[in-house]
Design a binder for this molecule. Structure first.
Ligand code: F6R
Length: 248
């Protein structure tokens, strides 16, 4: 794993954007995997500054969406992707995909999402954040490493963390549609972004702990091309090899 620990948020975003751009450049219809949440927002702003260099025909697949939320609701992940990725980067909305959390048949919609990813040729660069409980996407602890896109129940800690986007904690949806761990691992390159001391334990467990569904992000140890872009606080509990990779 390649680990960059960079204190300055702008420099961190620039490094992550370099990792994204490097793999997209030169591909006719490249595909970006996009996370929502706070962690990738600086990166998306940096990609917007590089908009002219983004390949034409760039497509995107979101990691997840709440079940039952209207895609026009700004708190929906469809809304976040539209506001921070599709519009700022000038992507063709027909090439931007977010799981349908309101499908009448969610299981069929999940299968269709997997098929759409495969039909696109697969994700070139997948951007992921990490939950304080080690989740990636909404694959909560205990998720199978073989999992594909499906409906999941959100952990209490995830609903608490995301309550900041809602008026009342009780308004946070209880379920979501998420790409599975196997789906995420099928991306060619994975760039994980994490900042803040609250992420330190999860980052250390993911990188240096056992590869175990108790920490879903530990599955990343099985992927050949993972890049971590961390701030010093998120990296503060790394020991051993990972700690020696600090570069900024
Ligand atoms: C969001 C997602 C989640 C977040 C994670 C971290 O699409 O899949 O796994 O990446 O919960 O969220 P932030 O970045 O808000 O700390």
């Amino acid at each position: 794993m390649d680990i960059a620990v960079i204190a300055d948020p702008a420099a961190r975003a620039a490094h992550a954007a370099d990792l994204v751009e490097e793999l997209l450049t030169g591909r006719a219809e490249p595909v970006l995997g996009v996370a929502t949440g706070a962690s990738p927002l600086e990166l998306y702003a940096e990609l917007e500054r590089r908009r002219e260099r983004m390949p034409r025909g760039l497509g995107a697949f979101a990691l997840d969406e709440y079940v039952g939320i209207d895609p026009r609701d700004p708190r929906s992940y469809a809304g976040v992707v539209r506001d921070h990725v599709t519009v700022p980067l000038g992507l063709d909305p027909r090439r931007v995909h977010v799981p349908d959390g309101r499908a009448a048949d969610l299981a069929a919609a999940c299968r269709a999402y997997e098929e759409a990813i495969a039909a696109s040729g697969g994700v070139d660069v997948q951007i992921v954040g990490i939950g304080t409980n080690g989740h990636i996407g909404f694959n909560e602890p205990g998720s199978s490493f073989d999992s594909r896109t499906r409906v999941v129940e959100l952990a209490a800690s995830t609903r608490e963390a995301n309550a900041r986007y809602f008026d009342e904690p009780s308004e946070v949806p209880t379920h979501a549609v998420t790409q599975g761990i196997a789906t995420i691992l099928s991306a060619r390159r994975i760039v994980l972004l994490a900042a803040g001391a609250a992420k330190a334990e999860a980052v250390a467990a993911a990188l240096e702990g056992p590869v175990d569904p108790a920490c879903p992000a530990s599955a990343l140890q099985r992927h050949p091309e993972v890049h971590l872009v961390l701030d010093p606080d998120a990296a503060s509990q790394l020991r051993g090899v990972a700690a020696s990779s600090v570069r900024g």
